[in-house]
Design a protein around this ligand. Structure first.
Ligand code: SF4
Length: 346
């Protein structure tokens, strides 16, 4: 069975050629799935029945859906064909719909504040499973999703090949044709892959989870910092900016009593002064297992003002969907089929 979501156009054409079909059938199938977003093969009326029976569209089903009463954020839990679950967060803003997708089932990076890593890494997602999250979520909204954030469960750059394949397919002019400028890829700071990404000619926004300005604080939150410490990470940021001319975003979860002291803000200011960066301060979601709590608002404002005094572009991002466990990993870990309503899709 050919799962069309898994194929870029050239590979799809080559696969069909091997089966004796002309190239234009590949264009037609690609158009149906990646451009028109059909849910079933029966809708592909211009495809011969014999070929339709060789292909499938869906590679996941919606298991649960929670809608925030506070801000319309939706948390979706998809079941993959092998039984694993992945979660996706759909956010509706005034300027359009945005989606945060997962790139792995679980994660092995071990960040102390993150629920996704509690059970470790199960497996990488395929490009088609990343696309599936976007296409399935699209059927739930009236306006096409126009921003994608790779910031759900998993470390995208650990799944490098499939993530780059996903980016090229979703950007394809004959497919979904999402501008790469409307895509943000978030990494915990895998330096070799960041340097490689800089050479891919993919003008997306790179976001780096920093969460600490000293090695001591950052290593206590993110074990990856022992391998790629702050100084080397900042050199990689410089290289990325030099090569791509793209502004880099630095994510900084504000955790009460852990990384929110003015000393950290001063260190961060020294690291970032003069760089083409943007800092997002995010009050951490309280994850029951982690024992972390968000910083008080006055501390976040003070932290921000220290950075801004040196001209560092800084915003405080509001916490979305806090009533529906919208932080990565939280829904998957709280999922239990007997406790939640199962929504079967057709
Ligand atoms: S924050 Fe990201 S990289 Fe760190 S454990 Fe969670 S999913 Fe993995």
């Amino acid at each position: 069975m050919i799962t069309i979501r898994e194929y870029d156009l050239e590979t799809l054409k080559a696969t069909l050629k091997d089966l004796g079909y002309p190239a234009f059938r590949g264009d037609q199938l690609f158009n149906w799935v990646h451009h028109r977003g059909v849910a079933t093969r029966d809708e592909m009326k211009n495809i011969p029945l014999a070929l339709r029976e060789l292909v499938q569209v869906k590679n996941m089903t919606l298991a649960t859906r929670q809608v925030s009463e506070e801000d319309r954020t939706q948390k979706l839990l998809f079941q993959l064909e092998d039984g694993h679950f992945v979660e996706t967060v759909l956010m509706q803003y005034r300027y359009g719909n945005s989606i945060c997708i997962s790139t792995q089932v679980g994660c092995r990076m071990g960040c102390a504040f993150c629920a996704s890593t509690i059970d470790g890494l199960k497996r990488n997602l395929t490009a088609g499973e990343m696309l599936g999250q976007v296409y399935e979520a699209n059927t739930l909204v009236t306006e096409k999703i126009n921003h994608v954030v790779l910031m759900g469960s998993g470390e995208p750059l650990e799944n490098y090949e499939e993530v780059v394949k996903f980016l090229r397919i979703i950007n394809h002019e004959k497919g979904y044709h999402l501008s790469l400028r409307n895509i943000t890829l978030s990494t915990c700071g895998l330096i070799p892959q960041m340097l490689r990404l800089a050479g891919e000619d993919l003008p997306l926004t790179l976001a780096i989870s920093l969460h600490g300005a000293s090695d001591e604080v950052r290593s206590s939150l993110m074990p990856i910092n022992r391998k790629y410490p702050v100084k080397e990470l900042m050199e990689a940021v410089d290289y990325y900016i030099l090569k791509t001319h793209r502004r880099v975003t630095l994510e900084y979860a504000m955790i009460r009593g852990v990384n929110d002291a003015p000393e950290q803000a001063h260190l961060l200011r020294n690291l970032l002064e003069g760089k083409l960066v943007h800092v997002n301060l995010i009050p951490v979601n309280a994850v029951a297992e982690s024992g972390f709590f968000p910083s008080p608002e006055k501390d976040i404002i003070k932290f921000k003002s220290i950075l801004e005094k040196k001209g560092i572009n800084t915003t405080i991002r509001r916490e979305l969907g806090s009533d529906i466990n919208a932080a990565c990993g939280q829904l998957r870990n709280s999922y239990h089929p007997t406790k939640v309503e199962i929504v079967q899709r057709h």
